[in-house]
Design a protein. Structure first.
Length: 158
């Protein structure tokens, strides 16, 4: 099956990168599952697996070390822009992120970047509101004890 090309668009720093080396493991209207190696190598982070929840506007990922052990769950708040004519799907990072450590600690990060983006006109007020609603719905799911529902599509791949 031919899948659309996936792109990751960041606002800070401004970049749009094709995820050409990501392996698509599942692709449907609701969910995309990929496995990947880091684009920019880091000391501990080596590879991972991601679930793109298209209707919810979340990307939930396992971040893993080289030995395959999981570091934590990293959740990006995103928007999706399909371009059927170009055969692509651009995933725009809306900056706010949620990290869940192995002991269950939940922290929301990068809200300062979200504020910077609105101040600098990198996102609209509508995108800001969309981001905050998506963060809230993700946190509700996590606090309701349903993180395993979000990560289970990746369990067989990492």
């Amino acid at each position: 099956m031919d899948y659309p090309r996936l792109y990751r668009k960041r606002l800070i720093p401004c970049e749009c990168v094709e995820l050409k080396d990501d392996k698509i493991l599942r692709y449907d209207d609701d969910l995309i599952v990929t496995s990947w190696n880091t684009i920019r190598p880091k000391k501990e982070l080596h590879h991972g697996c991601s679930c793109f929840y298209r209707k919810e506007g979340w990307k939930v990922s396992y971040f893993c070390r080289e030995d395959g052990s999981r570091m934590y769950v990293y959740c990006d708040i995103v928007s999706y822009e399909p371009d059927e004519a170009a055969g692509s799907l651009t995933v725009t990072d809306l900056l706010a992120d949620v990290i869940i450590t192995p002991d269950g600690f939940v922290k929301v990060v990068d809200l300062d970047e979200l504020a910077q983006a609105i101040r600098e006109g990198l996102i609209t007020g509508e995108q800001l509101c969309d981001c905050l609603v998506k963060v809230n719905s993700l946190l509700r799911k996590i606090y309701d004890g349903k993180l395993n529902e979000l990560t289970s599509p990746m369990d067989e791949f990492v």
